[in-house]
Design a protein around this ligand. Sequence first.
Ligand code: GTP
Ligand code: MG
Length: 643
Amino acid sequence: MNTHNVEHIIIGTAGHIDHGKTSLVKALTGIDTDRLPEEKQRGMTIDLGYAYLDLDSGHRVSIVDVPGHERFVKNMLAGATSINLVLFVIAADDGIMPQTIEHLEIINLLGIRHGLVALTKKDLVTDEWLAIVQEDIKNILKGTSLEDAPIVPVSTVTGEGIETCKTIIKNLIAQINTHDDARVFRLPIDRSFTISGYGCVVTGPVMGGQISVEDEIEILPVKTTVRVRGVEVTGERVNTAFAGQRAAINLSGIKSTEIKRGYELSIPGYLQPTKIVDASLRLIKSAKKPLKNRARIRFHMNTSEVMGRVILLDREQLNPGEEALCQFLLENLITTEREDRFIIRSYSPSYTIGGGKVLGYNTTRLKRFKEETVETLKILDSGNLSDIVEQVYLNNVVRRGERTFALTIDDVSRRVNIHPSVAEKIIADFIRKGVFMQFSVEGKNVIFHKTHVLSMKERALNELRKFHKGNPLKMGIDETHLKTLMDKNINPLLITAALSFLRNEKAVKVTDNKLSLSNFKIEVSTQDKGIADKIEGLFLKAGFTPPSMEEVYTNFGAPGKAVIPLLIEQKKIIGVEKGLCFHTMVLDKLKENLMEYIKKQGPISVAQFRDLTKTSRKYAVPLLEYFDAIHFTKRTGDVRILL
Ligand SMILES: Nc1nc2c(ncn2[C@@H]2O[C@H](COP(=O)(O)OP(=O)(O)OP(=O)(O)O)[C@@H](O)[C@H]2O)c(=O)[nH]1
Ligand SMILES: [Mg+2]
């Protein structure tokens, strides 16, 4: 049973080599985090170490101890990204050293705002010296995320300051709210090992959502689905681990050797591995030279490190202290979410040069120096969830491939990296405000941004006006035909939505499946009307032996040809088969006679029908087939019955 109330906080150390990070963690927790034989032998930390601190409030917090050696900054980074409270360690005797500065820059770039400076080895210096170092520290903290961090002189030898540290940690924790429900479960892996009797165990910080025993999860970027057999948080078995906790997860269906540091866990299908990352990047002030477009760099994100190149989107080079929008082209797959923090280091020799924030998932390379791209990325950079969701909808106009698509809540959740419930709420809000419009199309609930619906509506109205002008004697246009007249690259569901909006607005009407402007009327000239009447009379008189279309065309010429569709639309004549029409009244009368005949005499054969209508086979067969087609009669063997 979990007897502790586990905080959703991860504490991490930082600071120059040998300044007393591991000793401080031990003094606070009683746990020695240097677990590797090589670490014991060399008296230094090489890789991440793990401990937990029990506070007198009854809360238990995870601690990650990082190495200070400049060669292991890479390992330090694997731990640092998940930290929300830092113990920044500076030895009073040594004062500020190179990795003091580098680690501080990393903390600042990662945006870690909560922390304290532990001024260690107080026992080795005089009070005057201590005061001088304290001044130095205040100076380097200025303008960084740790500007207001308290500085606590401590000694792990005498124990001085250790209790003060604990009290400050407790107070800081009270100010932090890390329980991030807005995100889906995700855990970057920092260790993978085997425990006999259990099998594969991985550890790492839960970055969002929660994970429970029996959950199905996916390992990325390899995309293997596995099941959670057990969960531990700070050394105790639990059923669920939450965002902001470090967890050990026992996985079934995979060997620990198949998993590396840098892999991640998430719910199946949520994260897509990518080699392209859109980001905002800041070069640190102390960077030795500007960063050029296409420079090769080391990209550190969560627990992974990959090589890649930086593409600066709006400039040729980034100067120290400046910030810009960029795209990273990486050499290996990584998994990212919007708002992920990253650090970049120079390729060789490697030192920290900058860092920033992931702006979103993308699989395509962006064109440089394009205002539109920069504007979109700026919205993503703002971090305003509503604006970002709106952006997703604004981009949802173009047809992708041949598939008709509608944005689902899950799509939005994946693109914006927010929990589906959060996406749903934001979308509902936009619908309520009338910014998004909701339609039911082909049984699907589809939502579009109002600006798109309105502009599509204008385009449809234009096409309809054009159509009426070119076809004054036609009642309207087929919806599918209209769609092909509009832009082929437009999402067809959007056009359907715009048309249904027009129908609701009563700006268009549908008559016999033909769409027309609601104020459109067929206007026939007296001359055309005269011809139409004549032709109609001809069909009425001809009865069951009507003239063929060719005959009509030869007798009446082009005006005759023009009024035939009008007669058909007005239902004066009906097309029975291609080129063969009958007058509607003739057909109606025939239907009556046929009904009476079958009722009295039973099923009717073609020969009997021919006699009934006193016509030839040439007309009798198409007529019978027409009656079958309109489900008036039905053929059984050689005869027809009523349906
Ligand atoms: N006198 C004195 N010695 C200390 C104090 N804290 C640490 N030390 C000593 O300083 C040395 C380095 O301490 P560590 O805790 O291993 O330093 P670290 O920062 O973890 O070093 P890396 O992990 O390698 O970066 C050890 O020999 C400690 O005993 C202190 O407060 N006073
Ligand atoms: Mg150490």
